[in-house]
Design a protein around this ligand. Structure first.
Ligand SMILES: [Fe+2]
Length: 364
């Protein structure tokens, strides 16, 4: 058996499929008919569904199952005379597989090896490995990047595309850049935060390419938001409940702009697993709760800020011209040391789904 399917047994209400990796799936008959990979079930060109799910018979009787001898797919024929349904084994095996693990890290993490920019742009395998590490850690480094707007654009185009925001597509970040009402355009220390709490769909990733650097300070700092979530739960489960349920608004106001969005500081999925951290005290907008609850919220928020400010969990890197840092803005908080002298970056935001799409394509 070379394919991913080992055995398929027809039961009254479902087919039980055993995969070669040992997992067992129970697939109800109506679900099987809804997910065929044959031409009657799915357009072979667009890969879009042709099954009319609105009229799908949920009491569909058992089908007759035939497993391909090499385990690559299974074919189900139906007693109601409908066309056979073919299910692809690799597709089935990918369903319900655990997502790739992520490493919770702290200040003692060794910085990941920077990828060479030209190699990363040209070699899909190298890019796939680098994107695996990015998924695992929530940030990644690149060196020998052209320290120009075009250098940032090139990386954005390879990973997805620069997302246009109120700051533009690829933007310049330096103390002498005017026209944006934001602490990023200054020289002061900026504490750990995530960007764009005022966007309903905060950018999944943020790229910084260092173009110019002299003087002192200005190190970029990253803090693991997944680790922060775990530390918060260990320190105070009630605070973790509060910060994963109370929606906190973020707001950005500038000439002709008034952006406002809200979500919990820690957004979880329906299984209670961490999805996204949104922590930005600079951009937090006022909101009210009943007074007793408001006090609990402030206690929880202060605890989260205190844990995020614990430098033993920070990773610091002083980027030099030609070095780039890509940060998962849903997973990792970033901060910046105060600095003197010149410090100029090119940067952009990327949508989460576009980078994930590239990761899937290059890892095929
Ligand atoms: Fe930021």
């Amino acid at each position: 058996m070379t394919g991913p399917l080992n055995e398929a047994v027809a039961e009254a209400n479902y087919v039980q499929v055993t995969l070669t990796d040992g997992r067992v799936l129970e697939l109800p008959w109506f679900w099987v008919r809804d997910h065929g990979h044959d031409e009657d079930s799915r357009d072979p060109e667009t890969l879009q569904r042709r099954v009319d799910t609105a009229t799908l018979d949920l009491d569909l009787g058992a089908g007759r199952v035939e497993l391909a001898p090499n385990g690559s797919h299974l074919t189900v024929s139906w007693s109601d005379g409908g066309p056979d349904t073919v299910l692809d084994g690799a597709w089935l095996a990918a369903l319900g597989r655990d997502p790739a693990p992520r490493t919770v890290w702290s200040g003692d993490l060794d910085l990941p090896e920077p990828a060479d920019c030209a190699t990363l742009m040209a070699d899909g395998q190298v890019l796939a490995g680098w994107l695996d590490d990015l998924h695992r850690l929530g940030f990644g480094l690149i060196d020998r990047v052209p320290p120009t707007e075009d250098g940032a654009q090139q990386i954005a185009d390879r990973l997805g595309y620069a997302r246009r925001t109120i700051f533009g597509d690829v933007w310049e970040l330096a103390a002498d850049v005017t026209g944006h009402a934001d602490t990023a355009y200054g020289t002061a220390f900026i504490g750990p935060h995530t960007d764009s709490t005022y966007n309903h769909d905060a950018p999944g990733y943020q790229l910084f390419v260092c173009a110019e650097r002299d003087g002192t300070g200005g190190e970029s700092i990253v803090v693991d938001g997944l680790g922060l979530w775990e530390r918060l739960g260990e320190a105070d489960a009630g605070a973790a409940d509060m910060l994963s349920s109370v929606v906190v608004p973020g707001r950005y106001v500038d000439e002709g702009v008034d952006l406002l969005a809200e979500r919990p500081a820690f957004r979880l999925d329906d299984q209670g697993r961490f999805v996204q951290v949104s922590l930005n005290n600079y951009d937090r907008e006022g909101f009210l709760l009943p007074p007793a609850q408001l006090r609990s919220f402030y206690e929880a928020w202060q605890l989260a800020l205190e844990l995020a400010a614990d430098e033993s969990h920070w990773i610091e890197t002083g980027l030099e011209p030609g070095q780039a840092l890509l940060i998962d803005n849903w997973r990792v908080l970033h901060a910046r040391r105060a600095y003197t002298g010149r410090r100029r970056f090119w940067g952009c935001y990327l949508n989460r789904e576009d980078l994930e799409s590239t990761a899937r394509v290059v890892s095929r």
